[in-house]
Design a protein around this ligand. Structure first.
Ligand code: AKG
Length: 372
């Protein structure tokens, strides 16, 4: 647990000590912005009543007193007095973009002992939705069983976690083999690990695929954790990793009434170098024309990542039968399928997207009652 410390020299200030032993000084403006008094915060909305950029840039702490077992009272140089919970300050100081009230991501490979799964109920309880959201956020996917085998039943699941995101493919899309398909997903061909719609800005957060019927022996679903594979590449070949995290690649989708283009590195990191998203779609990516030796190195790096994504060490395969639904983080996991033979029977999946902020928000809201 992080802890708040009071330091008196060279100036009066607070600091936070993190569990790894490091200490960081707390800027007076950072502290003042977190004041929750009636004059600072609208108590109904929890939103600030003033613009913090208008505070005195030279703001200082004049006095700090412990006024309760978990309470600090601070007098600032602008005359304002604020009370703070030490535990709340310590918790907020430890927040990062990738851990903000969410379960830690667990990178996995093919040794994953069991699939994260759950039995769906048409009127899901909060406990069931919490369990599903937690698995989705931790592993990047969850397999649901007993989803009604009726067309568009996937919306009942999608809307329990967020808002459905419409695209040029419609509010949902039917994955089955059709003549003259506008995407190879709508054929019976095998699909290599890929993310959907990397040509969109932003690319869809969560994808749902609901199996209505599967009478074929093939058509196995594949999933691979882009987080785990990127980390393996980083450890095995840091130069390849550097190329794939820095060179923007053009992803393009063209249809009669759509022309989507987005430039993304294959592996996108945040400003601290933490994995944020993976963009791989071997059907739709175009590297920029770099000098030949740079491109040579780029293609070698891409080949290495591709072989990790397809390796038995990282890829899992499972069969979706009628009533099964897989929901996955389309910016972390790659999905695909093995080929199938339409002469064996029908295979029909329905898919849709929601944004990832839906399950994240739901998880935080439901955590409040889990904590009680
Ligand atoms: C897609 O719709 O993007 C797919 O990859 C389809 C997957 C499947 O047919 O199992």
């Amino acid at each position: 647990m992080s802890q708040i410390e009071l330091l008196e020299s060279p100036t009066l200030r607070l600091a936070v000590q993190f569990p790894d032993g490091t200490t960081r000084s707390i800027h007076p403006l950072w502290l003042r912005e977190r004041c929750t008094s009636n004059t600072s915060i609208d108590q109904g909305t929890g939103q600030r009543l003033y613009n913090p950029s208008e505070l005195d840039p030279q703001l200082r702490l004049i006095a700090v007193n412990r006024t309760g077992s978990d309470e600090l009272t601070v007098l600032f140089s602008d005359g304002h007095t604020s009370r703070f919970s030490e535990a709340a300050l310590a918790a907020e100081a430890a927040m990062r973009p990738d851990n903000d009230g969410l379960p830690a991501r667990l990178a996995w490979n093919a040794s994953l002992a069991t699939l994260p799964e759950a039995d769906w109920q048409e009127q899901p309880s909060d406990a069931l939705r919490f369990d599903i959201a937690e698995k989705l956020l931790r592993y990047g996917f969850v397999v649901l069983h007993n989803v009604p085998r009726v067309s568009l039943a996937l919306f009942g699941v999608a809307e329990s976690f967020g808002f459905v995101r419409d695209t040029n493919f419609g509010r949902h899309f039917d994955v089955r083999s059709v003549p003259d398909a506008n995407d190879l997903a709508y054929s019976s061909l095998a699909l290599d690990p890929h993310v959907d719609n990397p040509y969109r800005e932003p690319s869809p957060g969560i994808q749902l695929l609901h199996c209505l019927i599967n009478e074929t022996q093939g058509g196995l679903s594949t999933l691979v954790d882009g987080l785990a594979c990127s980390e393996a590449l980083r450890q095995h070949d840091p130069d390849a990793y550097r190329l794939l995290t820095s060179i923007p690649v053009r992803f393009q989708f063209t249809d009669r009434d759509a022309e989507h283009v987005a430039w993304q590195p294959h592996v996108k990191l945040d400003e601290r170098g933490v994995f944020q998203a993976i963009h791989i779609s071997p059907r739709l990516d175009f590297a920029p024309l770099l000098p030949p030796d740079e491109l040579h190195a780029f293609y070698a790096a891409r080949r290495q990542l591709d072989s990790l994504l397809k390796s038995a060490e990282f890829e899992i395969r499972f069969r979706l039968g009628g009533g099964d639904l897989v929901m996955f983080d389309n910016r972390r996991l790659l999905h695909g399928r093995t080929a199938f033979d339409t002469r064996e029977g029908k295979r029909h999946l329905q898919g849709c997207y929601i944004d990832i902020d839906g399950p994240r928000s739901l998880y935080r809201v439901l955590s409040r009652s889990q904590a009680r």
